[in-house]
Design a protein around this ligand. Sequence first.
Ligand SMILES: [Zn+2]
Length: 485
Amino acid sequence: MKRIFALLAAALAALAVVVVARACTFAPPQLEPVAPVELDVDGEGAARRLAEAIRFRTISHQPGTPSDPAPFEGFIRWLVDTYPEVHLALLRERIADHTLLFTWPGSDRALAPILLTAHYDVVPVIPGTEDAWQHPPFAGDVVDGVVWGRGALDDKSALTTQLDAATHLLRAGFRPRRTIFFSFGHDEELGGRVGAAGVVEHLKAQGVRLAWSLDEGSFVIDGMLPGLELPVASVNVAEKGYLTLELVARGEGGHSSMPPARTAVGVLAEGIVRLQGAPLPGGVDGVTAELLDALGPHLHWTARLAFANRWLLGSLLDKALAGTATSNAMMRTTTAPTMLSGSIKENVLPIEAVATVNFRLHPRDRAEDVIAHVERVVAGLDIEVRAGTSSPPSPVSSTDSEGWHAIVRAIRETQGEVIVVPGLTIAGTDTKHYSQISDDSYRFNPMRVGPEDLTGFHGTNERVSIDNLARATRFYVQLIKHAAE
Ligand SMILES: [Zn+2]
């Protein structure tokens, strides 16, 4: 018995040595130093242009409600007046009326082209929240170094700073060797099914295959994890898919004074409760594992101990990460019941009760897997599972391509000291379309944001600083140079 305890103690001691040693050697990679690039760009001008762009109410309403074309036409005319050099030197085509495709032809046709993209439609302001805005959402106010309004972050600032960068380069006499496309979508907030999809069809018809593309989808994030001092530039290499299911329970109907033991609403409610209690299996692997490996060495000691020893502490770490909504979304396909309907009147028994459940598919899952999971979970409840809209998760792009290295270099030259990591976009972008014609697709906006800025995203008080606009312009200038020189 004593021997067994001695052996056990020795094994535990050895394990502790391994765990601590792994944490000690879990250090950030030694990177070649990069000289910061201090290009002289006009931040005030960039702010003025973005403020003007914000004043066009280019709103994408829920499908079925018509969008007014006038602000979109106005925006396109404003672009012509505001970016004359770009309109002179680049070919501009209108795709599906309001999406714009610019082509900057390269001198070497043997090089595969690249695509920089943004969208200029915005989500509506939620009725009733207008008064919560410190500056009206479509006024385009510039106050104390900050541009306020809907689209400041999502995503008009990416569009204007890309065109500011192109203008800067044209004025400097720059001529790309590689062809560069700029695509500016008008219906991203509706899934890009007309605009970005139209651009893809148009380019496909010309036999275009892109080396890589860059879209929105993440930022330079301050305070990403507790204990992390440096900002994190998350260059997202994949994007989750989308699936909506309807759960339908049926009943006999009749007067509510003589109900059955369970009405259709009751059955449906149990189905939803079961579903929320049975999340899709998940865990740290693929992109999320790469992300944690890149962040881990920068964390404080206890977190480093856990991150460096995922082989041993993986399930504890999974539990901890599943506890917050954002990290949970990085690990698995999420389940969100969002809409409900039942009877038409309070004293009428429902003949049908319907719940709408929205899933965001992790790259490891397919729609069929999720449908099978849901059917298993509600088995025995007499609930029909009906499939609605879906799009698959994107492929995962390389972190060792020319595009990746050009993006990382431009970040390090223009964003100060930051940690660059690959990440996963948990919502959708137009790149679900562009990735069909691109070898690699990246998602990153060169704006530095903190948790307080992210509430502006589709919410209230959306804003961006002039410093950010200047840094973003420098980033796109450097990126185009590295990619196309
Ligand atoms: Zn967006």
